[in-house]
Design a protein around this ligand. Structure first.
Ligand code: ATP
Length: 269
């Protein structure tokens, strides 16, 4: 059950080049995660440069937080373990504590690994949450204990990356364990254009399409919204073809001609 949530680095399929804009966040992540792995000698001098064990990505939905976490794992050659409250409630209902322990044990065994906690606020939200279920409280404690255990046991090899749209709902104890917090914000027009370029980099565009115009028309769109826009646009030519075929078919029927070969047999009529 747990192995289903693990993606080996070569299968993750997201690199930093697949992420448009967010240059500062990407640079900071490279410095915090990749550099310590590639040039450990630069980080062994004092206490202040010790590699960090937890990074929080926060910002509105659909801005690329999950993509960033996956790119970090890919580029660091690390296994990606995705955990979220929804996977716990669907697959490990009532066994959250066991699940968390299994995740950390596995992460250490297959290190280097990135444990990505999506919607961290729903999993590790404020402790004083009234009516909090006992099983939930135990799961959170288990998470903290294992997380702290990593610091001494596994040196630089297991990283917890957490993402949230609601950073203010996080437990103080969780915030303390995530000393580096990176804001992943909605893109402005020039960043929307960069994101559109990345999303459309492998597509054939109609002549005369000016992405700057679309970037200026999409104020408030997230990267995810821009992706959806492109998917919808890509379906337009398909709809046009189907529409044209339908017209030809109706005309053929009206004129009592055989249907165009595309429609084939009688039963399509
Ligand atoms: P949520 O907070 O809802 O979990 P998120 O911030 O984790 O969202 P992602 O899941 O990383 O967002 O992004 C959703 C999709 O939007 C991606 O799969 C990708 O197609 C597109 N996308 C978002 N941001 C970018 C970006 N900067 N460059 C390219 N594509 C992007």
């Amino acid at each position: 059950r747990l192995l289903a949530d693990v993606i080996p680095p070569n299968d993750i399929g997201v690199t930093f080049d697949d992420i448009g804009a967010l240059e500062n966040v990407k640079e900071t992540l490279k410095e915090l995660v990749m550099l310590p792995l590639q040039r450990p000698e630069l980080f062994c001098k004092g206490q202040l440069t010790k590699p960090c064990k937890g990074i929080l990505l926060f910002g509105p939905p659909g801005t690329g937080k999950t993509m960033l976490a996956k790119a970090v794992a890919t580029e660091a050659g690390a296994n990606f373990i995705n955990i979220s409250m929804s996977s716990i409630t669907s697959k490990w209902f009532g066994e959250g504590e066991k699940y968390v322990k299994a995740v950390f044990t596995l992460a250490s065994k297959i290190a280097p690994s990135v444990i990505f906690v999506d919607e961290v606020d729903s999993m590790l939200g404020r402790r004083e949450n009234p009516g909090e279920h006992e099983a939930m409280r135990k799961m959170k404690n288990e998470f903290m204990v294992n997380w702290d255990g990593l610091r001494t046991k596994d040196k630089e090899r297991v990283l917890v990356l957490a993402a949230t749209n609601r950073p203010f709902d996080l437990d103080e104890a969780v915030i303390r364990r995530l000393p580096r917090r990176l804001m992943v914000n909605l893109p402005d027009a020039s960043n929307r254009e960069k994101i559109l370029r990345v999303i459309l980099s492998k597509e054939e565009l109609a002549p005369g399409v000016d992405l700057e115009v679309f970037a200026n028309m999409t104020d408030g769109y997230s990267g995810s919204d821009l992706k959806n826009l492109c998917v919808t646009a890509a379906h337009c030519p398909i709809r046009e073809i189907l529409e044209k075929e339908k017209k030809e078919k109706n005309l053929a029927i009206a004129e009592g001609r055989p249907l165009p070969t595309l429609y084939g047999s009688e039963d399509v009529r």
